[in-house]
Design a protein around this ligand. Structure first.
Ligand code: ATP
Ligand code: MG
Length: 400
């Protein structure tokens, strides 16, 4: 059922994701529905489609009713934005009414429902994100998204300055999508508007900023984009602690946002401030602190030093430290990483129980004695036997 006044521009084989499961059921249940955003973009780019968002020219309550009639579960997850989550066999699909913006304030929008696909596409951020596709693979492209995708150009839909002032998060989204789809020189009009919009970043919540940065940092090759952010003054605004982008380019490790952030900071200081400002999660903060606090292992690290390192940090952290150190000083550590993988993590052989058995009474003095014995074991390269450690513990507790 295609509106003759709104013809599709092209048809492709719909991706597997659209032909089965929950997305197919949603498209079948809602007349005129189409997949939108990332799924269409990635299908066109020949990239794996990981999740499908659907839009439909119906108000949210009509969408919910039709989906339920078709036997899907419906959760009203974001009704004020016009979004419901449809679930079939535990597979969720976000379904949104077509919208146009009524009011924007730099981050949030008040929206109205529309039946006009072009209006819905016009409020999306970039031309490559404004494509839509029906269940048969017919594609609608109102703003030249296919051409931009083929050219590797991330371009705002409409006037960049206006679109940034509506929602400053788009400033960071620009760099995330540029890192993933951009080739060659970025859109000059976008960069000019971005430079002028930098003060607006202050309106974004820390969580949103970190979420976007994280998505950039977990991509395939963020270094050239980080460099572009520095040239535009954006990196200084969101990550004033950032040191050396070139080190990120040298990092050979699998994509990992926290490791890349650590490499970017490169001992420049200010990590605690950054952790608080961007509200990193407890786990992220802990890893970042460790990666910055533990001395970088040299390629020729001795067996004793390697065991000491593995006694202090888990093997994956030791491997990350080796990757980071290599990025910082450019000295290859492939052999060191293999040695880390082949070296069992040493464990101090004594516990509180052993101290009790030796007749040491429980309390802070016992803790201090155990810590002292462990220190001795650690300094000796983590190889002393349990009985040697026991002798040391007795001595540390003043028993002889
Ligand atoms: P990814 O593969 O990273 O999930 P995506 O395109 O699906 O990419 P989302 O952040 O999931 O990105 O957003 C889905 C779609 O919603 C986008 O493709 C875009 O059309 C629209 N969109 C999301 N955020 C904004 C925004 N801040 N301004 C305008 N449109 C947006
Ligand atoms: Mg998405």
């Amino acid at each position: 059922m295609t509106d003759p006044s709104d013809p599709p521009v092209v048809r492709i084989d719909p991706p597997e994701m659209l032909r089965q499961g929950a997305p197919a059921a949603v498209l079948a249940a809602l007349p005129g529905a189409r997949a939108v955003g990332g799924a269409v973009r990635d299908a066109l780019a020949g990239r794996p489609v990981h999740d499908v968002d659907v839009a439909a020219p119906l108000p949210p309550d009509a969408i919910a009713a039709r989906l339920r009639e078709a036997g899907l579960k419906v959760f009203e997850t974001g009704l004020q934005h016009g979004t419901v989550t449809a679930v079939l066999n535990r597979e969720p699909v976000e379904v949104t009414s077509l919208r146009r913006d009524v009011l924007t304030d730099g981050r949030h929008a008040t929206v109205a429902w529309t039946e006009d696909w072009r209006e819905d596409a016009a409020r999306r951020d970039f031309t490559i994100n404004a494509l839509s596709m029906d269940g048969e693979g017919r594609i609608w492209d109102y703003f030249g998204g296919r051409e931009d995708l083929a050219a590797g150009l991330v371009r705002f839909v409409g006037d960049p300055a206006t679109r940034l002032a509506e929602d400053y998060l788009r400033l960071l989204r620009f760099f995330r999508f540029h890192a993933r789809y951009g080739r060659g020189a970025p859109d000059a009009a976008a960069l000019t508007a971005i430079r002028a919009a930098i003060p607006g970043l202050a309106r974004l919540s820390a969580e949103r900023v970190w979420m976007e940065l994280k998505r950039l940092l977990e991509g395939t090759d963020p270094a050239p984009t980080l460099e572009l952010m520095r040239e535009s003054g954006v990196l200084q605004a969101v990550l004033p602690e950032a040191g050396c982008v070139a080190a990120v380019a040298r990092l050979g490790a699998p994509p990992d946002p926290v490791l890349r952030l650590a490499v970017l900071l490169n001992g420049a200081g200010g990590a605690e401030h950054l952790i608080r400002r961007l509200r990193l999660s407890g786990d992220e903060a802990k890893r970042l602190r460790t990666l910055l606090a533990v001395p970088a292992p040299a390629p020729e690290t001795s067996g004793d030093d390697l065991r000491r390192l593995l006694a202090d940090v888990a093997p994956p952290i030791a491997t990350d430290l080796a990757w980071a150190a290599e990025a910082w000083d450019g000295r290859d550590r492939a052999a060191l990483r293999r040695r880390i993988a082949d070296t069992p993590a040493p464990v101090f052989p004594l516990q509180g129980r052993d101290a009790l058995e030796l007749g040491i009474s429980p309390g802070p003095a016992m803790g201090r004695a155990l810590a002292e014995a462990r220190r001795w074991w650690w300094e000796g390269g983590c190889t002393a036997s349990a009985s040697a450690c026991r002798t040391m513990l007795r001595h540390a507790a003043g028993l002889q």
